[in-house]
Design a protein around this ligand. Structure first.
Ligand code: NDP
Length: 283
């Protein structure tokens, strides 16, 4: 039987509908809509189109989106100053910094500067620490979206072996923590892992976040496994694919997230939800 599709578009739509209702309640109580500020590198075409889509999605659920463009040559001081202003701005509930950062910026310094209470992508060291303790309220949006998708489709996690391939601070590592908090037994793999194929073959749940098209092949996934693909890879002909060889894996996996239309839409839905949570005082 072909794999069940874990449809991020459908689940994200339902999440956005809940967020819209919550945003309306907040707007009634506070006399203004929840508001998100996005610092974004104006020169990067992919970032520009993502931020445009995010601003549209925000407007659609009743969130005001203030876009703060950054020139590629923006200085470190300028970027940090913008962040500090947004940290103190009472009209702003959530702050998102879109990558790639201007060349002069250090990502770690940027994430340290965002005040934890407005950090709606869960990148600040405070929120990362809270996550490692299992008590974060503002989560990294991409892995939180992956978990929401698994929850929606009632994928059993307790006691299952999850192999997460990729250990970045924004996707792989927090996903491993979230799966561990959900009582999966987790192995975190990376580019130095020996015999990745054998390791992945031992997994009930395979998560890939590498940005390497086709790294997860059909033979690496055992029959009945659940596959979550965070990868976004643009092929030379412009096609967007994930990390997983979908055609081969879909034939025998139990469930799989498509790319596009799997984890991607969930990321945006989580960001918007977290903005409203902050505005409502719930985060
Ligand atoms: P990074 O480049 O920061 O991390 C990639 C990770 O993959 C690293 O840990 C790296 O290992 C590991 N890796 C690379 N090559 C291999 C290999 N051959 N075998 C095993 N592990 C390998 O990427 P991100 O985490 O930021 O993003 C990962 C993917 O997710 C990208 O495609 C990105 O576009 C996508 N993404 C998707 C989002 C969504 O909404 N779905 C949102 C954000 C990102 P090592 O640490 O050893 O270098």
């Amino acid at each position: 039987m072909p794999a069940m599709i874990l449809d991020g578009r459908v689940v994200a739509r339902a999440m956005r509908s809940d967020t819209r209702q919550a945003a309306e309640r907040v707007a009634m109580q506070r006399g203004r809509n929840p508001a998100l500020a996005v610092l974004h590198p104006a020169g990067d075409a992919a970032a520009r189109s993502y931020v445009r889509a995010l601003a549209r999605a925000a407007a659609d659920v009743g969130i005001t989106c203030r876009v703060v463009p950054l020139a590629a040559e923006a200085t470190r001081e300028h970027v940090l100053e913008q962040l500090v202003q947004l940290n103190h701005d009472p009209q702003i509930d959530g702050i998102l910094v879109q990558t790639p950062l201007p060349a002069d910026c250090d990502g770690a310094e940027v994430s340290r500067t965002i005040v934890a209470t407005k950090d709606v992508d869960g990148i600040s060291p405070w929120n990362a620490g809270e996550l490692s303790h299992g008590r974060a309220t503002l989560l990294p949006a991409t892995p939180a979206g992956g978990m929401a998708l698994l929850r929606h489709y009632q994928i059993p996690l307790v006691g299952r072996h999850a192999v997460v391939v990729g250990r970045s601070a924004v996707v792989g590592r927090p996903m491993a923590l979230l799966l561990s908090h959900a009582h999966a037994t987790v192995t975190l793999a990376h580019s130095r892992t020996t015999d990745l194929a054998a390791l992945v073959r031992s997994a009930d749940i395979v998560v890939s976040a590498t940005g390497r098209a086709g790294i997860i092949t059909g033979e690496m996934v055992r029959p009945g496994a659940v596959v979550v693909d965070f990868g976004i890879n643009v092929l030379p002909d412009g096609t967007i694919v994930g990390d997983v060889d979908v055609a081969a894996v879909s034939a025998h996996a139990a469930a799989i997230t498509p790319v596009p239309g799997g984890t991607g839409p969930m990321t945006t839905a989580v960001i918007l939800q977290q903005v409203v949570d902050v505005a409502a005082g719930a985060a």
